[in-house]
Design a binder for this molecule. Sequence first.
Ligand code: HMG
Ligand code: MG
Length: 300
Amino acid sequence: MDAIKQAPRPTPRLVEVGPRDGLQSEKGVISLDAKVAFVDALSETGLKEIEAGAFVNPKSVPQMANSEQVFARIKRKPGVIYSALVPNETGLDLALACKADKISVFTAATESFNQKNIKASIKESIERFKPVVARSRAARLPVRGYISTAFWCPYEGLVKPEKVVEVVKMLSGIGVSEFSVGDTIGKASPDEVRKLLFVLLKAVPKDSVFLHFHNTFGRAVANSIVAWKTFGISGFDASTGGVGGCPYAPGASGNVATEALVSAFKAAGGDPGIDESKLKDAAALLFKHLGRAPGTRPPK
Ligand code: HMG
Ligand code: MG
């Protein structure tokens, strides 16, 4: 068999999004103590970046309403970045007051989803982010930009890679230098991942790209390994316990589980440097607070 040309395989860099993406669409009440304990347990695993909350309209996403208290109470481990989702300047003010280490703005590759999620067109969202990014950079706060519905949209179907590249360029144009490309409804296939990366990596450096796979159809691990092996992508988002979803993406399930991704990367020859047994402890702690068995979905 001919040798298949593959990119050099970098050490995977995992961003833990469980405390934000994982918990934002849980139905029951999650106590502040539970959130703080979850973040603190994650801090002990070797993860280098944890998205600890979101400064969004509490009426839109009630589960994130106490993010200020979460940031105030967590024990920050030196060397770990604690980031927050920020949709506008109000959110940035809160993030700065809470001393978040990094913020993430978020838009989408499709208009319908963006309207539902942040009540703005794609262009309007970029305008909204301009002062957020400028002020963050002035405060030396790194900024990530999420692009949701980068593969499939719950309202518009299959999304063209060129559209994603266009939005990435818009974000880059206002000073964002890290992009988290989201399979919001967890429907992408490895071929679709290849198609997107093939064009996206002509526009931005591969180290600026993180992939954010939800796992609705069970393909998130395969998609991640393909991106890593074939394109040398090192950045991946994941959620301990595989919890999560987006309140504005009906039917979307959780992010790929951090523990599944760590195990898969190790098996494929790349060690992200995260302690699997401590991750399992963090997941067990979370599910105990959620009141259901590890790995299970909330009742409908
Ligand atoms: P809006 O209604 O146009 O905002 O919402 P507004 O400026 O008109 O303000 C309305 C109210 O919200 C006001 O309060 C504001 O003060 C308050 P009121 O006068 O009614 O009492 N408000 C805020 N409060 C706290 N923090 C803020 C904030 N901003 C306004 N930052 C807005 C626009 C964008 C704010 C709203 O739609 C929103 O917060 N959306 C967030 C939706 C969200 O968090 N979705 C889930 C995260 S995205 C996701 O999961 C996808 C991702 O994981 C990637 C993937 O999987 O694809 C990232
Ligand atoms: Mg998500």
